[in-house]
Write a protein that binds this ligand. Structure first.
Ligand code: CDP
Ligand code: MG
Length: 163
């Protein structure tokens, strides 16, 4: 097995996903693709933690709305493992703006917010989910959200078919 192609990435189900009661169908999308969940917990983050997670965005105009959004309720954080999982997960998640996200993606199928609307209203774009943008980001984010002992090694029954 070319082990260097097996990656881990961070996925967050944002407060809108939890409050809308759609975490089941969202998580199913990753299971259906044969990706493996190796870490999972529910966390209600505070403003200081939000600034750490979104350190690349803290100075942006949309940050105050984003901080309000991500701290408005608990999130589910997950470590998702699989073949080149960083890109694979981003593809399943879809574009940042649900209005533009393709049908078949999580953001395209379960949401429809547009920048035009949220920018005028001064709120964050509610797009249900976060996924690390690249391998470097994934490593940094997994370290921020999970202790090493919270990430598990196990075999799925269908691993033979995926790997
Ligand atoms: O989440 P993703 O990597 O697709 O997008 P990002 O550019 O890293 O932005 C992080 C998050 O900020 C987005 O998922 C949105 O929730 C929010 N955002 C926003 O509310 N308004 C914008 N104009 C841009 C981003
Ligand atoms: Mg991002």
């Amino acid at each position: 097995m070319p082990k260097n192609l097996i990656q881990q990435t961070l996925v967050l189900l944002k407060p809108d996903a939890i409050q809308r009661g759609i975490i089941g169908p969202i998580i199913s999308r990753f299971e259906q693709a044969g990706l493996k969940i190796v870490g999972m917990k529910m966390v209600w983050v505070d403003k200081a933690f939000s600034k750490k997670h979104y350190s690349a965005h803290v100075d942006k105009k949309f940050y105050p709305g984003l901080e309000n959004f991500i701290t408005s309720g608990p999130v589910i954080s997950m470590v998702v493992e699989g073949i080149q999982s960083v890109k694979a997960v981003r593809k399943i998640v879809g574009s940042t703006e649900p209005h533009q996200a393709s049908p078949g993606t999580i953001r395209g199928d379960f949401a429809h917010h547009s920048y035009e609307y949220t920018d005028k209203k001064g709120i964050a774009i509610k797009n249900l989910i976060h996924a690390s943008g690249n391998i470097k980001e994934a490593k940094k984010e997994i370290e921020l959200w999970f202790k090493a002992k919270e990430i598990h090694t196990y075999k799925t029954v269908h691993e033979t078919h995926v790997y």
